[in-house]
Design a protein. Sequence first.
Length: 333
Amino acid sequence: MSDARLDWEAACSAVDRARSILIVTHISPDGDAIGSLLGLTLALRERGKQVTPAVDGGVPEHLRFLPGADAVQPKVSQSRWDVMIALDASDEARIGDVGAVGLAQASLVINLDHHPTNTLFGAVHLVDPQAAAAAEIVYAWLERLDWAIPQTVATALLTGLVTDTIGFRTSNVTPRTLAVAQRLMEAGAPLHELMVRTLVSKPYSAIELWKHALATVQFSDGVISGVVSQEALKQAGLKDATDGGLVGLLSSVAEACMAAVFKELADGRVEVSLRCKPGFDVSQLALELGGGGHAQAAGATIDGPLADAQARVIPRLIAHLNGRCQHVRTVGE
Ligand code: AMP
Ligand code: MN
Ligand code: MN
């Protein structure tokens, strides 16, 4: 989908009427997932709502500095909610076990997201593929509700904008994104600190991981790729599958039009992260692989082993480029 589907009135009246609200986001949550989750949770609590924020496994370590992170539940027990709100998640499988409980137990589901691959699950939609982050849609919703934005809410939402746009550097940043960021800064969100904490600062273990992963890098026909094996994670002292930002490094290579990182999960499956330059689109391939995402950044979890996953995906990326990686675009083209 490329058109927005924005049921503002239904969404505003649903939260107005609701007493108990479950808010969930996607599994393996990133800064936009957690920033949107915390921002909306804190804003609804200010209005006296009974809110349960939840995501499988809880808030990842590197985002626990955010206000309200302690309140996020890693699991939910069976309960009833008037409304469940799913944030930054393109389909029902992405909201994990806590989402499955909510789908069964909430009277109404609101789906707030910005992925063009969104399946439009749920009854009420706030789905806008033009938004640079789910946090941008959360902000628009609070603005429509005419609710004041305290500093804690602003900080959480600006984290979503900063992380999904890699510091306002992605091609989907619009004047509106910058206007929202300006208002969040005016409400007290510390832009510089959020940039440093979420984009600049890395644990030393990421460098140890890169030492292994960089040795696996291949580059041909415009596609650059690398592998993060369970063995590399172990040697770097990491428990959870992460690429330590490797896909960002690979996609910064000037001669490459597409980048892929293959991360081996503990169960042998492989998480593929895909990136491409403007003018190309990796979201359709991710969808065909059973995942989803945006034109320039998408992903999927596929069967292993690693070598088979590479052999299945890399030729398809090369075929998609079809020799078009030579063309140098002029500014604004
Ligand atoms: P990542 O490469 O994990 O940073 O993800 C890039 C983009 O692809 C994000 O917008 C994710 O939400 C999306 N994405 C990654 N993995 C999946 C998946 N298994 N299913 C749906 N979307 C995904
Ligand atoms: Mn996300
Ligand atoms: Mn997002």
